[in-house]
Ligand binder design. Structure first.
Ligand code: IMP
Ligand code: MG
Length: 365
């Protein structure tokens, strides 16, 4: 029974693999013809690489025993993990993984936590850096000072410095804060091991309109929209206004409901989009798990800025790993416009994904 099921699942995977290949071909075709996949799923985006779904299914089946199950059908999580494995296989088989960008909260550490020296992702990230992969930490957490990023990423930054006496890994990792607003590069001799990158080395031409005036006008609209929600929905939170973001957060120990968080995101997003300020520059309003933030720009710009800083790495050679991909109120979703993505659900899954990168790429840890 299990082998019959496996054959059938593999056949389905192969059919989808072909739909994706056809979609890639059609998107390159200038005649503007529409792929079968686009007809079936009108919201489907661009695929930067083919996806070996059949192989990936076999790989995940060996671990999750999908085809041996009699009562529980392939689930959302099964499929999510098959897609992640397929993406990793496609990137590493062709030795094309040049840049990996990571979200922070829930991806590298638990929500609101920091990277600790014993966290298992650290040695995996250093292994990847040693084989030449560049790293970007693309987080919504936005600060102007190196000290604050060091507080969050100290476990990793200190471990790199301790293992790299010849400074080969200097400038091979960047932190992109506030989605796409502040860039710092790993420099072992700098205070907090991070040095601010001059704007000219990472900012994109599209960011020219992100002037002080436009940024403030957008944040004013966003702040007012947040304050209106606080009043209407009686949310017990404080407002935090920063240079490139505005957000609301509750007192420590208080949890906000998912419904209230999402209602706020959707309200605020709509009000900003309808304003003149919201049409001038891009923004990202998202549900951070127990807070709501509006940032200038979004992670697609954050990832593209990392690609630019590292000399113009292509979308098809970049992987963004994050936990927020549900389109309503999720901030990793936008990274999908700039590169390949892997959708993980916990820091533990990030570690498993990195093990796949190393294993499938034929590297020894
Ligand atoms: P991420 O998962 O690494 O993108 O971090 C998102 C979390 O960072 C949010 O949920 C907030 O709790 C926190 N945060 C701190 N400062 C900012 C900011 O300026 N903008 C957005 N989120 C921020
Ligand atoms: Mg996150």
């Amino acid at each position: 029974m299990a082998s019959n099921a496996l054959n059938r699942y593999c056949q389905i995977m192969q059919d989808i693999e072909e739909l994706v290949n056809d979609h890639i071909l059609q998107s390159r075709n200038e005649q503007g013809s529409i792929s079968k996949l686009k007809l079936l799923v009108p919201s489907v985006g661009l695929f930067f690489t083919p996806l070996p779904l059949q192989d990936a299914f076999r790989y995940q089946d060996a671990q999750r025993r999908i085809s041996s199950r009699r009562f529980v059908a392939p689930s959302f999580n099964d499929i999510r993990l098959v897609l992640n494995t397929a993406q990793v296989m496609s990137l590493v088989r062709n030795s094309r993984l040049e840049l990996v960008t990571f979200d922070g909260d829930v991806t590298l550490y638990d929500d609101g936590e920091v990277l600790k020296p014993e966290d298992p992702c650290i040695e995996r990230i250093i292994t990847m850096m040693r084989i030449g992969t560049r790293i970007g930490l693309v987080t919504a957490a936005g600060y102007t000072e190196a000290k604050e990023y060091h507080r969050r990423f100290a476990g990793l930054l200190d471990a790199i410095a301790a293992s790299d006496h010849s400074h080969k890994l200097e400038h091979k990792l960047v932190v992109m804060g506030g989605e796409s607003n502040f860039m710092f590069t790993y420099t072992p001799t700098a205070p907090y091991k991070l040095e601010q990158v001059p704007d000219a080395d990472w900012r994109l031409p599209e960011m020219e309109t992100w002037t002080h005036e436009n940024v403030n006008a957008l944040l004013d609209v966003a702040e007012q929209a947040l304050r209106d929600c606080i009043k209407t929905l009686a949310i017990p939170v404080s407002v935090l206004r920063k240079s490139h973001a505005v957000g609301i957060y509750p007192e420590k120990g208080t949890r906000l409901s998912r419904e209230i968080l999402e209602e706020t995101v959707l309200n605020v997003r709509q009000l900003i989009s309808a304003s003149l300020a919201g049409q001038r520059i891009p923004f990202c309003a998202f549900n951070g798990g127990n807070d709501v933030f509006v940032d200038i720009g979004d992670k697609s710009y954050g990832v593209m800025a990392c690609q630019r800083y590292f000399g113009g790495i292509e979308a098809a050679k970049t992987l963004h790993v994050g936990d927020q991909f549900l389109s309503a109120g999720a901030n990793d979703f936008k990274a999908r416009l700039a590169c390949c993505t892997a959708w993980i659900a916990s820091p533990k899954e990030t570690v498993q994904l990195l093990d796949e990168v190393v294993e499938l790429g034929g590297h020894t840890p």
